[in-house]
Design a binder for this molecule. Sequence first.
Ligand code: SF4
Ligand code: SF4
Length: 508
Amino acid sequence: MAETIGKTGFSRRSFLKMGGLASAALTVVGTGGAAYHAGKDKMSYTGYESFEGEQQTYDRKRFEIDGPAYSPVGKVKRPGSFTDLVFVRVGIFGQKVKEGWTPADGIDALGEPLASWYKEFPDQLELDVQVGTVTMPNAAKDHAKYDDYFALADAYAWGWEDIFAFYPAIPTTPPEESDYTLTHAHPGGGSHDSKIREEPRPFKSPDHAAELIKKVAHRYGATVVGITKLNPDFCYADGLRGAEDQGPYEVPKHWKYAIVVGVPHEWEQVLSNPGHGTSYDGYNRVRNVSARVTGFLKHLGYPSRSHHPPFHYDLIVPPIAVDAGIGQLGRHGFVICPETGSNIRLAVITTNLEMTIDKPIDFGVDHFCKDCKICAEQCPSAAISTAESSEGMEIRGYEHWHINTGKCFNFWMQAMGPLGCRLCLTVCPYSRRNNWLHKIAKDVDINDPTGLVNNALIFMQKSLFEMPDPQEYLRPPDGRFAGYREAPEWLQVTNYLAIDPPNPQIGG
Ligand code: SF4
Ligand code: SF4
């Protein structure tokens, strides 16, 4: 048995480990002052924001793994676009309620595919009912009272998003047609369609193709780019965009490869999530990259299709991004990439251009997430699992962390500002600008078999970085619509507008 010290029950080994932990922490803290200044330097931003162009800043080679990132552990089932995608499901369910459905009518009266899905996940039906009966009526009252306080955040976010109405880039015909069609914009307004070249312009080799696609994607604004073969298991089973028949479909044969592109949110805003942050800056930028890469491929004669946020996909992005070596899946269900952590918005381009593919990487996220749990502890809706590991969490035949999307969505609809939450992305220790301390910490951590650096980093994150009590993110009177940090000065209405609205964050 381990020797204990005094009445504390602490073992000598634990004590020594604490000593090691403290010195590891001190070493990292000791460099903190300089790192703070490095972190404020614009050059420490990545990709889009630093205009670094084609260089991804992390050497992935050392962490590449052979073989697929995911292997089935059970019966594989492709996801349902009308059910598993919470935004779409709640929309369809809401329509049924508008048409007169009440719980007294029973689940079968909802029709397929909702009926079967809710029978499998009855807790999600309760949560979806809650959206309409509790969350939305409360949200209407909150918006009437507090919208002025979030006016600049709202305007800023919608300024990003509303322009989407002018170039939606959403296919309206099946892949066999739309993926082979180019839409040319007329400089004076309007557009016309034409077929892509019958003979694609040939590349010298798959290496050349991959290299050029990455260079071009970075120039179109991508921070990270990865390429993989498309695993059809991750394509939706129904609801193919542009298809007349919205039922089950075969994955098109020309969707052989997936190019994954990613762009981070603006860092300043990320810290003020949920109320003063937005998803639309990242969504908009990554959508532009994805649409432009799609256009580039089509102009060379390769059929292609863009799958991008907010919900214009025929596939689920995270596992494809993991396959493409962009990063690893975190406890919160986001992909964590080495350059920007959880702060990354992703899109996928499917095509048949033959390219050299990337390998998945393992830079220690699984191990770190097991001990960290910060996202789960900070999540206002308790949607993220606090389990010790993801073992046994099988979802549609694959093992990964389980997220309760119904709970998450309920909080989304409760949060003020330009919609959504993103707190799990914000609080994740990996979501730090890519300054040199960040790089050192990651490199030291992955190379430390004792786990001391791992523990030191988590200890520092929890004790040195102030975090609100998760309850504070909720609506008054339970909470105060808190932000993780104060809004940037340029989004604080009283700094620029001649109004002085009630401030829920200080109990106004
Ligand atoms: S977005 Fe917010 S509510 Fe949803 S899982 Fe993340 S922290 Fe929780
Ligand atoms: S906050 Fe911690 S547990 Fe959650 S995804 Fe990030 S590293 Fe993993």
